[in-house]
Design a protein around this ligand. Structure first.
Ligand SMILES: NC(=[NH2+])NCCC[C@H](N)C(=O)O
Length: 566
């Protein structure tokens, strides 16, 4: 409770000219036991200046400092001035704020009139949407909610991998071995099969690679047949992605993927060229970055075809021109760190002052227990399967506990999906981790279901109370240890959101909801709420409602639901 200490130091400063507020702050101590107050100021160092004995100084100071505001009592004690802080005032400030601001509690208008672009999820068309994509998807969505809560105008971009030579390969394979009906019945796995078959065959028939390149060039040149096939692959893949986004309740403002920039790359290439940055090297045009200890950035091949980098250059420029962002965030795995360093450097060299506002938010890899994932070898865990199994398993657990439980499907979805989301957001994002079914679906310990359950517990108490909850209560009754702990956490909500925003680390908000759930459960365990004493009951119910609201708001920032019953 740093603020209390500052308030006390300011009070003392009015009476002691010879010390600065910081010096006073440095002297303030916490007394060894509660009866002696919350803070104590030693007067020994002042004896010389005041030409008085320390206990006399303490008595003089105590008699002139008024107990008001956050200070509830001032008392001299053997050379110290002892202070008691007003916990009921803390309770009143926090609860009134939560109960009036409701779902806006914790929010601010810090980012008003500023825009932020978040590029996240961005899977590749015709490839599995697998467990490796969960991190970017869930972290990106939570960052969106966090920035949005602080008043930023956020543009959520799904930079789909829907362009490039692999589509030439897919067209060749489809024309050779594909069948429309089979693909439609099971799009991504079937397209993947074709892609894998292409690679197997091309090993002995390298001319297939040329053919694929030719088809991609046709696509870049707007050939009807190529475009039609490509569009169909894209539409079918998007249908599959949409199912996952629905389960996660995630939306995007733009699906401008790589193909969107197919006619927008010339401008940026021209700018690079005008700056004299473009060099020819082994069949490609590159920007040399040796000076910055990076390999050259590949801009185009000599046949004119473009690359992932080219499309990212065009995308950055497009976003700056259209959204005038204060920050453009790329939530992409740390394997692509070099790509982003190169991208940002090239834009800086072209002379874009805003290159410094591009931020790569990396995260570690997801490995499988049976080894690394390999799309070609079929070692993939589909994201949709993970979410569905999480829901199924939650449903079983719920029905085992209460066979008559109502609304099971809806709640199992909120809790099952929430469990997966929460686990993704509970560690610092940069750590690699091994995906394990067991851990993801375990509802023990510091998990999403635990927090959601605490929220549902608050709801149950409020339901049972059958009365209106107001902030017009006797706050003296909320000044004991357990309630003060809960209130201290609730009061720190905005600080947690801001620090997760500054570091682009949603796990700080995850920590907040866990701390609050733990503090509340301790309070709940030791303090009966629905007591006969009306005053006490009203005060405790206000605390329950403030907790419930804060948990709901915190979960929402993580992209999770807060069911009322579990
Ligand atoms: N602007 C970007 N490069 N965003 C990230 C794209 C991620 C890419 N499609 C992949 O799956 O690896």
């Amino acid at each position: 409770m740093q603020d209390f200490k500052v308030a006390i130091a300011n009070c003392l400063k009015e009476k002691i000219e010879d010390l600065t507020v910081d010096e006073i702050l440095g002297l303030i101590e916490v007394p060894p036991n509660k009866e002696m107050g919350d803070y104590a100021f030693p007067c020994f160092k002042l004896a010389k200046v005041f030409r008085k004995a320390p206990n006399m100084i303490a008595e003089d100071l105590s008699s002139t400092i008024e107990a008001s505001g956050v200070i509830s009592k001032v008392m001299p004690l053997g050379g110290y001035v002892n202070f008691f802080v007003n916990k009921s005032q803390l309770a009143e400030t926090v609860i009134k704020e939560v109960l009036t601001q409701k779902e806006k509690y914790g929010h601010s208008d810090l980012g008003q009139e500023k825009s932020v672009v978040i590029d996240f999820s961005s899977p590749n068309i015709a490839k599995p949407f697998h467990i490796g994509h969960i991190r970017t998807t869930v972290i990106g969505n939570s960052l969106y909610k966090i920035y949005d809560s602080q008043g930023y105008d956020v543009v959520r971009v799904n930079h789909l991998g829907d362009y490039g030579t692999q589509f030439g390969k897919l067209i060749v394979a489809f024309k050779l071995w594909g069948d429309k009906k089979t693909v439609e019945a099971n799009p991504i796995p079937e397209l993947l099969k074709l892609y894998v078959q292409f690679h197997d065959e091309a090993e002995s028939k390298p001319e297939m690679e040329d053919e694929a390149r030719a088809w991609f060039t046709k696509l870049e040149n707007d050939d009807e047949e190529a475009k039609e096939l490509w569009k169909w692959f894209r539409d079918e893949s998007l249908k599959e992605f949409a199912r996952v986004y629905d389960l996660l309740d995630i939306q995007f403002d733009s699906y401008a993927g790589e193909s969107f920039y197919s006619d927008k790359m010339d401008d940026v290439i021209k700018l690079i060229n005008e700056k004299g940055l473009l060099q020819e090297s082994q069949g490609t045009n590159v920007v040399d970055l040796e000076e910055f200890n990076m390999p050259p950035a590949l801009i185009t091949k000599t046949d004119g075809s473009t690359l992932y980098m080219t499309r990212d250059l065009a995308a950055a420029l497009y976003r700056k021109n259209n959204y005038d962002f204060e920050k453009c965030i790329y939530v992409v795995g740390s394997q692509q760190s070099l790509h982003f360093q190169q991208l940002f450097k090239v834009l800086e060299l072209v002379g874009f002052e805003w290159a410094k506002d591009l931020v790569h938010v990396p995260f570690g890899m997801v490995a499988l227990e049976e080894g690394t994932m390999s799309t070609r070898k079929g070692r993939v865990v589909f994201l949709e399967d993970v979410l569905k199994q999480a829901i199924e398993k939650t449903k079983e657990t719920m029905l085992a506990k209460n066979p008559e439980a109502k609304n099971v499907d809806e709640i199992a979805k909120q809790v099952g999906v929430g469990a997966v989301v929460f686990q993704e957001l509970s560690n610092s994002r940069i750590k690699d981790y091994t995906f394990s079914w067991e851990r993801t679906l375990s509802f023990e310990g510091e998990t999403g279901p635990y927090v959601q359950y605490t929220h549902a517990r608050c709801c149950a108490v409020l339901r049972k109370a059958e009365q209106e909850v107001t902030a017009d209560v006797n706050y003296e009754l909320l000044s004991n240890g357990d309630s003060a702990e809960v209130l201290k956490v609730i009061g720190s909500f905005n600080k947690s959101i801001l620090s997760s925003l500054r570091r682009n680390e949603p796990h700080i908000v995850t920590r907040f909801v866990l701390d609050l759930a733990q503090a509340f459960n301790k309070f709940y365990h030791d303090n009966p709420i629905l007591v006969d004493d009306v005053e006490l009951r009203n005060a405790r119910l206000a605390l329950v409602e403030a907790t419930r609201q804060s948990l709901e708001n915190g979960l929402s920032l993580l992209g999770m639901q807060a069911p009322e019953r579990m």
